[in-house]
Design a protein around this ligand. Sequence first.
Ligand SMILES: *Cc1c(COP(=O)(O)O)cnc(C)c1O
Length: 435
Amino acid sequence: MSDHDIDPTSPRMAPKPEVTKIDGRELKPSTLMMGYGYDPVLSEGSLKPPIFLTSTFAFPSAADGKRHFEGITGKRPGGADGLVYSRFNAPNQEILEDRLSVWDGAEDALSFSSGMTAICVLMLAYASQNDVIVHSGPLYAASEGFVAKVLAKFGVTYVDFPAGATREEIDAVLTKAKAQADEQGGKVCMVYLESPGNPTNALVDIEAVRASVDAAQLDCPIAIDNTFLGPLWQRPLDQGADIVVYSLTKYVGGHSDLVAGSIAGAKKWMDPVRMLRNTMGGICDPNTAWMLMRSLETVELRMNRAGENAAKVCDFLARHSKVEGLGYLGMIKDARQQDIYNRHCKGAGSTFSLLLKGGEAECFRFLDSLKIAKLAVSLGGTETLASHPASMTHLSVAEGRRAELGISDNLVRISIGIEDADDLIADFTRALEAV
Ligand SMILES: *Cc1c(COP(=O)(O)O)cnc(C)c1O
């Protein structure tokens, strides 16, 4: 913080919250979610942060305004030490970002108006003309499209590898990417992962990717979309990733009532993205930021309950005669995938694929018979959702590529919510009888 006095009328010029320990005991994220980053004294004693609906912030003096702009524009290292304009930052978003950092053990975080805004601004911040992006596959369809179709317009190419790849395979991919970059006159600008992959739940070995990138002496960040398991069941920064990416629309928002995204990591990785967000916009709005703070208070409760429900439901489904298989992280069949899971994950999540005996017709009969589970895409909400990827989320994926990714016609994707587990099992029992 600067050495000038903190202006008590300013919503959030307080130093970053200090109370993260009591008697030497590190407070857990679930405790910190109730107050971290917010001081009621600065807002009339309001226990909860007000929603700050303002586009701009009054400067105490012209000199303050100058100093803030020096921070915003990068003329002075360290960033702005006061609020300037709501496209750059604002109180609700700052508090949200502080709290998101806590969950992933990150130094800094940035919030966005959607998961895709976060991903696009992140990639644009790092990719220059003729660069190469290395990515795992499959990615969320829009992320894959942004790399293959939009960045391609600027001469950026990509090299991809399957989620379960080994250290040796990743080494080979990086060698190929470096050669490709040399040929194009660019560099490898980012390694972008998504784990587990959707909808098959294939895990990426983040530790192996870290070792490969270090061995290849690549000076680029490893980013990972942690939407399916974060922030509770996987903390990729602990496994050597540099940037963790979220669609907050899913488990973090958790009530299927908002769209938002975020990234988190060391400040040095966040700074270029913050600069581009300042230019382009795309920051989360204050109402949504407030909703997300409310959601973060219960994220652990919700995710734990959804995870427990999913374990019970999958236990039932796995033994049902009309079920061919399950893509559930609590029941991995492959030794290498199990090894990655043991090293990286603290829980199996609540989103999985259900393979029915049959094809599209059987899946549709199953989906149309559900009474509790809703027929909708998305995941991570309080309510259980079910969908048919081959004919819905992945319809635009070419048939050959779909087969390669394991997205068969008999695959239903399910995201388990926080309802009563036995009620859900009763619903699935009925729906399977209809198949
Ligand atoms: C939903 C999702 C996204 C996109 O997020 P939006 O908030 O819908 O923009 C990105 N990655 C994954 C894994 C997702 O599930």
